[in-house]
Design a protein around this ligand. Structure first.
Ligand code: I3S
Length: 128
C-alpha cells in the first residue's frame, strides 16, 4: 500500500501460510475451494499470495510476486467458525463489502495468533 502521512510505508504485522477458502462474494454464497495461501497482514489490509510451494521456483521471487487478492480490514468482522467446516481451527472474516473468507491452520497456537492480530487491527480501525 501507499506511504502513510508520515511518509513511512505501513508496517508488516504478520506473514505466514494458512488454508483459505472464499465462501461469499458481495453477500452471494460461493462453493468452497480450500487452498494453501501465503497471508500477509500489512497496514489495514490482509493480502493473499499463492503458496510459494505450489509455484515453480523460477516464477516466485520475493517482492516481485503479485498478490492474488487483498482484503480491507476496516469495518470487517471476525468470528471463530468451527461450525462452518469439518476442519478444526477455522475463523471467518467478513468484509464491509460482503466478501467472506474462512482461514484455517492445523496448529492451534498459530491460528490463535492470527485471530488475535487481525482482531487487534480491526479494533484499532474501529476506534479511528
Ligand atoms: O461446507 P461444505 O460444502 O461441506 O464444504 C466442503 C466442500 O466444499 C468440499 O468440496 P466439494 O465441493 O467437492 O463437495 C470440500 O472438499 C470440503 O473441504 C468442504 O468442507 P470442509 O469441511 O473441509 O470445510
Amino acid at each position: 500500500s501507499s506511504p502513510d502521512s508520515d511518509g513511512c510505508p505501513p508496517e508488516l504485522e504478520k506473514a505466514g501460510l494458512l488454508n483459505k477458502t472464499k465462501i461469499a462474494e458481495g453477500g452471494r454464497k460461493l462453493r468452497k475451494n480450500w487452498c494453501s495461501s501465503w497471508v500477509v497482514l500489512v497496514g489495514n489490509s490482509l493480502v493473499f499470495y499463492k503458496d510459494p510451494k505450489s509455484q515453480s521456483p523460477s516464477s516466485w521471487k520475493p517482492g516481485s510476486s503479485r498478490p492474488e487478492s487483498s482484503v480491507d480490514l476496516r469495518g470487517a468482522q471476525l468470528h471463530w467458525a468451527n461450525e462452518l467446516s469439518s476442519k478444526k481451527n477455522v475463523f471467518k472474516l467478513r468484509t464491509v463489502t460482503g466478501n467472506e473468507f474462512l482461514l484455517q491452520s492445523e496448529t492451534d497456537s498459530l491460528i490463535r495468533e492470527w485471530y488475535n492480530t487481525i482482531k487487534n487491527v480491526i479494533d484499532r480501525l474501529d476506534r479511528e
